[in-house]
Design a protein around this ligand. Structure first.
Ligand code: FPP
Length: 218
């Protein structure tokens, strides 16, 4: 969800306003995903590297996240959406941790769509975390495998990523789901996240449908 700050700067608004408008994009996107029968959407909301941002910006993001879940939990629940969190719990402010945990718990039986919030998430950190989790169960000289590693990722129950969309015009991955995108189709869009509309989403799915996926085969 890249481009919030540039969107705000272009409009001479504070950064927090860019993030606020960015959060407003989530519900229409969720509806469009359900309309298309998509089962999992992962959102990169806060990376392990985002701690390098100014404290005030970080604080406004936690406040926004708290507000978002409090304001939207009823509609999320009634629409059959399950909230999942991928990321490290450590370092999250207690109130943010509790807000996320409550949303995860309240929606745990929902099946229509999984909305996977990647908060305090880094792909490299996730892999290290997975290896350490596996080591705790390791027996004798057992070796790790791709399957064993996958079962210890935050996303263990999720399918591999089919399509990764990055808004904001930058063409990089920025430590997002680096294991899970091994064979994903990548789409870099020159639209700032607060301007990302269901129309852009439908267009990106159409673009995805034109791709030929070979997964290393012929
Ligand atoms: C990247 O844009 C965006 C973020 C670091 C935060 C993304 C967060 C939201 C969209 C709001 C999340 C809200 C909820 C409820 C989870 P940037 O700030 O790096 O923008 P830039 O590329 O223009 O600098």
């Amino acid at each position: 969800m890249d481009g919030n700050r540039r969107w705000a700067k272009n409009k001479s608004l504070p950064r927090s306003e860019g993030h606020r408008r960015g959060a407003e994009v989530i519900e229409p996107l969720m509806d469009a995903a359900m309309d298309l029968g998509i089962k999992v959407v992962s959102l990169y909301a806060f990376s392990t590297e985002n701690w390098m941002r100014p404290r005030t910006e970080i604080a406004s993001l936690w406040k926004l996240l708290d507000y978002f879940f409090k304001a939207k939990i009823d509609v999320i629940t009634s629409k059959g959406v399950r909230i999942k969190h991928s990321g490290l719990d450590a370092m999250l402010p207690a109130s943010t941790y509790e807000t996320i945990a409550r949303a995860v718990d309240a929606t745990r039986h929902n099946r229509r769509l999984i909305l996977n919030f990647c908060v305090n998430y880094g792909g490299q950190q996730e892999i290290v975390h997975a290896v350490n989790s596996w080591l705790e169960t390791r027996k004798g000289g057992e070796k790790i495998s791709t399957g064993k590693l996958e079962r210890n990722l935050f996303t263990a129950e999720l399918p591999p990523v089919d399509l990764m969309i990055r808004t904001g015009g930058e063409c990089r991955i920025s430590n997002f789901l680096i294991w899970q995108i091994a064979y994903a189709e990548l789409l870099f869009m020159d639209v700032l996240w607060p301007d990302f509309s269901p129309r852009h989403f439908y267009k990106s799915i159409y673009d995805y449908q034109q791709r030929e996926r070979r997964f290393g085969g012929i």
